[in-house]
Design a binder for this molecule. Structure first.
Ligand SMILES: [Zn+2]
Length: 209
């Protein structure tokens, strides 16, 4: 696997298409985006390594994914605190929230390829090339199942561009959500965005800063 892999060629089970590497239908995530994809899957439910891995592998893969996920889960403060508490206190059964329908309560975020990784020759296979092409990912997470979708995008994409991605690539497959949690990115704060989602009956919630 290296940067010189020709478009459409296959090497070590990876296929190059649109400048991105694929293993079957799984997107091989560029180095700089891996941690943020883990965070988006893991950060609200704090499920263990196996469940986090399964959720990530519904759409993504990369070399050494198991080791990375195990390492990041190990570094997670919340998980570590919960472990200690479980070990000390007897386990009290907690009422679990009822499982809801999939893809109704979702989160959105962006994952950028960091410049430091882009210049590391070892990571060059995962660099997203081309100036006009995608340089980041739009990440869309279902809070019920933790399944995550990432669509290549350009960091300069506007609110209208993002709406197009949602409409043409995500909602056609997973349906329209009832609530979207997003960060305070200017595009999501714009009147245009707020009105558009409101007109579709979608509630907008801001993630904590
Ligand atoms: Zn955790």
């Amino acid at each position: 696997m290296h940067a010189e892999m020709a478009e459409g060629s296959v090497q070590n089970g990876y296929r190059k298409e649109d400048g991105l590497l694929w293993q079957g239908r799984l997107l091989c995530v560029p180095h700089g985006c891996r941690r943020s994809i883990f965070e988006s899957v893991h950060s609200t439910t704090h499920t263990g390594v196996k469940k986090s891995l399964r959720a990530i592998r519904s759409h993504f893969t990369w070399p050494g994914i198991t080791v990375d996920v195990a390492k990041w889960a190990e570094q997670c403060d919340v998980c570590q605190r919960n472990k200690t508490r479980t070990a000390v206190a007897p386990q009290v059964p907690m009422p679990m929230p009822l499982p809801q329908e999939k893809w109704l309560d979702v989160g959105m975020d962006f994952a950028f390829v960091t410049p430091s990784n882009a210049t590391d020759p070892k990571q060059s296979a995962f660099k997203i090339p081309s100036k006009s092409g995608p340089d980041s990912f739009f990440v869309y997470v279902d809070y019920t199942t933790r399944y995550t979708v990432a669509v290549p995008m350009r960091s300069m994409d506007t609110a209208e561009d993002i709406y197009d991605i949602l409409f043409s690539q995500i909602w056609t497959r997973y349906g329209q959500p009832c609530r979207i949690v997003s960060d305070r990115d200017g595009r999501f704060l714009s009147k245009w965005w707020q009105n558009r989602l409101k007109s579709l009956g979608i509630k907008i919630a801001k993630s904590s800063p």
